[in-house]
Design a protein around this ligand. Structure first.
Ligand code: PLP
Length: 490
């Protein structure tokens, strides 16, 4: 494809994308294809001859669209929000065009330097304490996902406690004795998270090669992790001969959007300074751009790391997960390896950041571009308005549910834009009925009326479900007791 062919193809692709968004509400939200639908429609091997864009592009509509579930559809209510915007797409376009796997500053200084500035902008926007910004000992880095952020934090936590213990025992680095002792220490480490923490904490513990235990939560606390329960778990682990070294605390759990009691957790963790505390705010962290929620950010001052996904709620497309650490040296001590082929004068000078040392892969994409475009295109005030608007929709939705106490029951206190509710008893039918009104398979394709119907107190369950659609994002989730609930978030 030469420049002229690219110009024509790119214009045609952009036109099709715009057309896609302009007609999106008329599409069916969920794909209706059967497993294995695609392979029979494709050749069994790559073409040996080149094909023009004019023959490739139509296959988007013909072959790909039927197999897409439209996450940006106004009627999409599954899982969690996963937004994108035109400025964000433009960032991706430039990133793909520059295509530099910029692992070191030297590889493309703009990639590193824009990321540092953007992470500081975003950190300030969400009211993080200064310790997490680059002007101090900390800083932010873009990861691909909240799960990757947890793995990085956990490995840094593991190596921090191993190093501390070896130093206390006077063991010098580089000796076989130290290596053996490090292995023994690692074998006794245990990572903690509440029984509501996202599964990525347990997965992180598998990757880090350590044990994992959960801290119990209670429904009467809206499933928030409390200090007393944390302390109990820490002490139980120690009695078992395990050493807690890492804790995930959550702002907005996946099942019910529970917000842990950070002040109590900070108080308990003062007694256990070797425990690295990570705040997982994957979804709800975006709400911290509004001043009314920044008391949460302030309570993170004692913690070691914080992460949230811009790609969930702040108009930036997947992937853009923002990880902040209070000590970048802890992260790089665990993840930095410098073979001769990566050495260069700039890195050796210590004056530049090499983000390869803050993550698992070596290469990295130019993801800060799309963040820059989004922040400039919308500005903080409009982003705040989006978040506040969604929270307001969530409140409206919760009020609708409350107004039909005969049909529905709110299960936990609604938080941010999320409401969790069940269909009222008879209990034996509760799970089945709740699922029935949530399940896309059991309802017709959404129509325009579905979005514009006003809820009336006399409406039946299906009608209420249509009202849910006005909140644009309702999803079902299974709590740890195995019941199915509808949850709404925007
Ligand atoms: N943490 C929480 C609280 C989540 O809700 C999710 C996903 O929904 C994750 C972590 C995992 O996010 P990611 O897909 O970015 O790894």
């Amino acid at each position: 494809m030469d420049s002229q062919q690219f110009r024509e193809a790119a214009h045609a692709a952009v036109e099709e994308i715009i057309q896609y968004y302009e007609t999106l509400p008329s599409r069916r939200v969920v794909s209706s294809v059967s497993p294995g639908y695609l392979a029979p429609q494709l050749p069994t091997s790559a073409p040996s001859e080149s094909q023009p864009w004019t023959s490739i592009q139509p296959d988007i509509e013909k072959l790909i669209m039927p197999g897409l579930t439209h996450w940006q559809h106004p009627g999409f209510m599954a899982f969690f929000p996963s937004n994108t915007t035109y400025p964000s797409m433009l960032g991706e376009l430039y990133s793909a065009a520059f295509s530099a796997p910029a692992f070191n500053w030297l590889c493309s200084p703009a990639v590193t330097e824009l990321e540092t500035v953007m992470m500081d902008w975003v950190g300030q926007m969400v009211g993080l304490p200064d310790v997490f910004l680059s002007k101090g000992q900390g800083g932010g880095v873009i990861q691909g996902s909240a799960s990757e952020a947890i793995v990085c934090a956990m490995v840094a936590a593991r190596e921090r406690i191993v190093a501390r213990k070896c130093e206390q025992e006077g063991l010098k680095g580089g000796t076989r004795e130290r290596e053996r002792r490090e292995g023994l220490i690692r074998a006794e480490l245990v990572a903690l998270g509440s029984d509501q923490a996202h599964s990525s904490t347990q997965k992180g513990a598998i990757v880090a090669g350590t044990c994992f235990r959960t801290v119990a939560t209670k429904k009467e606390d809206d499933f928030a992790m409390r200090g007393a329960s944390l302390k109990q778990t820490i002490e139980d682990c120690r009695r078992e001969g395990l050493e807690p070294y890492y804790l995930t605390t959550t702002l907005g759990t996946t099942s019910t959007c529970a917000v842990d009691i950070f002040d109590e957790i900070a108080e308990v963790c003062k007694e256990y300074p070797d425990i690295w505390v990570h705040v997982d705010a994957a979804y709800a962290g975006s709400a911290l751009i509004c001043e009314e929620y920044q008391h949460y950010s302030k309570s993170f001052a004692q913690f070691d790391s914080f992460d949230f996904n811009l790609h969930k709620w702040l108009l930036t497309n997947f992937d853009a997960s923002c990880l902040y650490v209070r000590s970048r040296a802890d992260l790089t001590a665990a993840l930095s390896i410098t073979p001769s082929y990566l050495r260069n004068a700039f890195s050796d000078s210590g004056l530049v950041t090499d983000y390869r040392d803050w993550q698992i892969p070596l290469g990295r994409r130019f993801r800060s571009l799309k963040i820059w475009f989004v922040l400039r295109s919308y500005g903080i005030q409009r982003l705040q308005a989006v978040v506040r608007g969604h929270i307001k929709l969530g409140e409206t939705f919760a009020d609708l549910i409350r107004s039909r106490g005969d049909l529905f029951e709110i299960f936990t206190t609604p938080v941010f834009a999320l409401t969790v509710f069940t269909v009222r008893p008879p209990m034996a039918q509760r799970s089945r009925d709740t699922k029935a009104i949530a399940s896309p398979a059991d309802r017709p394709d959404p129509t325009h009326e579905d979005y514009t119907n006003d809820f009336t107190p006399d409406a039946q369950a299906q009608y209420l479900f249509n009202a849910n659609r006005i909140t644009k994002d309702v999803y079902e989730t299974v709590n740890n007791e195995g019941e199915v609930f509808l949850t709404s978030s925007m």
